[in-house]
Design a protein around this ligand. Structure first.
Ligand SMILES: Nc1nc2c(c(=O)[nH]1)N[C@@H](CN(C=O)c1ccc(C(=O)N[C@@H](CCC(=O)O)C(=O)O)cc1)CN2
Length: 291
């Protein structure tokens, strides 16, 4: 079994981006500029947004953090988005999800200008992804594809089962895995809450991508011998023995599944860091496209 080390891979990609930015700036261009909008005080969201800002500093991007109260109305947030859409100094921005319940996430993601949508969530960008046209790919699916490429994992003709059909992970990664690209060209089944005989289906997977948000859901006896396991879960589970008071748990029970897998992503240190670095890649693309 080999570990798909997202932390190490992301660090390597960050170094490549850093060099590319330095060359870009040496040629007289301004550095890429990413803004992150954080609504409310969700602890995990704050951690992720702070990490994104730190990543920007590391590679030489300019970054802006826009913190908004969770009492903001949908109308006010849409006004803020209009402002960001017309801000010429900005290459791209993200609105950190989840949003408070009174705000319609679909309305918000559709209001973001597709040219600044470095999360790749806008319908226009998702449509381009389906058609295999150049666009911003959603960060987590993009990170998974980069990890598979980095470790030269052969996906062509393989049975890939994706568990979970969220708009930001399951659905887009199922499309990327089935596109006529390398990695890609897999035979993909997208499983969800209405799927029948889920366990039997999971057993058929040469590549299993799990994005459910259910800690330790996949156990060793559920997976095929030699399968490639991609764990997208990142749930904070209360654990008083830890300094932080919680542990970060994946959807895969690592200790039992690693005995069967050929490759497996750890949590933390697998898909999460690749998500962050993919956002940097999209922002660099947005900046270069504008020039
Ligand atoms: N606007 C967006 N919102 C959300 C996205 C997104 O891509 N765009 N994805 C997730 C959260 N997310 C990025 O924002 C994200 C989650 C986890 C990590 C990460 O590095 N995780 C670490 C563990 C961190 C911890 O201690 O909690 C790891 O897996 O090693 C990065 C980004 C939902 N919202």
């Amino acid at each position: 079994m080999r570990i798909l080390d997202g932390k190490k891979t992301a660090e390597q990609v960050r170094q490549e981006i850093k060099k590319e930015v330095a060359t870009w700036v040496d040629k007289g261009n301004r550095p890429p500029h990413l803004a992150a909008v954080l609504v409310g005080d969700n602890g995990a969201s704050q951690t992720y947004v702070n990490a994104k800002i730190k990543d920007c500093e590391e590679v030489g991007f300019k970054s802006s953090l826009i913190k908004l109260s969770d009492t903001i109305t949908e109308k006010e947030l849409l006004e803020k988005i209009d402002e960001l859409n017309s801000d010429e100094s900005l290459d791209g921005y993200i609105v950190q999800l989840p949003l408070p319940k009174h705000i319609n996430e679909k309305k918000i993601t559709q209001a973001i200008s597709p040219t600044k949508d470095v999360d790749g969530f806008h319908p226009e960008n998702l449509g381009k992804m389906v058609l295999n046209l150049p666009t911003f790919l959603p960060a987590t699916p993009y990170g998974i594809m980069q990890l598979l490429e980095y470790y030269s994992i052969d996906t062509s003709g393989k049975n890939c089962v994706v568990v979970g059909r969220s708009n930001i992970v399951g659905t887009p990664v199922s499309i990327l895995m089935s596109r006529n690209n390398d990695p890609g060209n897999a035979t993909v089944t997208l499983a969800h809450s209405r799927t029948q005989n889920l366990e039997a289906l999971i057993k058929t997977a040469d590549i299993l991508i799990v994005a459910l948000g259910k800690p330790d859901f996949i156990k060793g006896d559920m997976v095929k011998e030699g399968a490639v396991i991609i764990d997208v879960g990142i749930t904070r589970v209360t654990d008083s023995s830890r300094k932080k008071g919680y542990r970060v748990a994946g959807d895969v029970h690592f200790e039992s599944v690693k005995k069967k897998a050929s490759f497996i992503t750890p949590v933390p240190g697998g898909v999460g860091p690749m998500t962050r670095v993919s956002l940097l890649k999209n922002t660099l693309l947005a900046c270069k496209r504008k020039a």
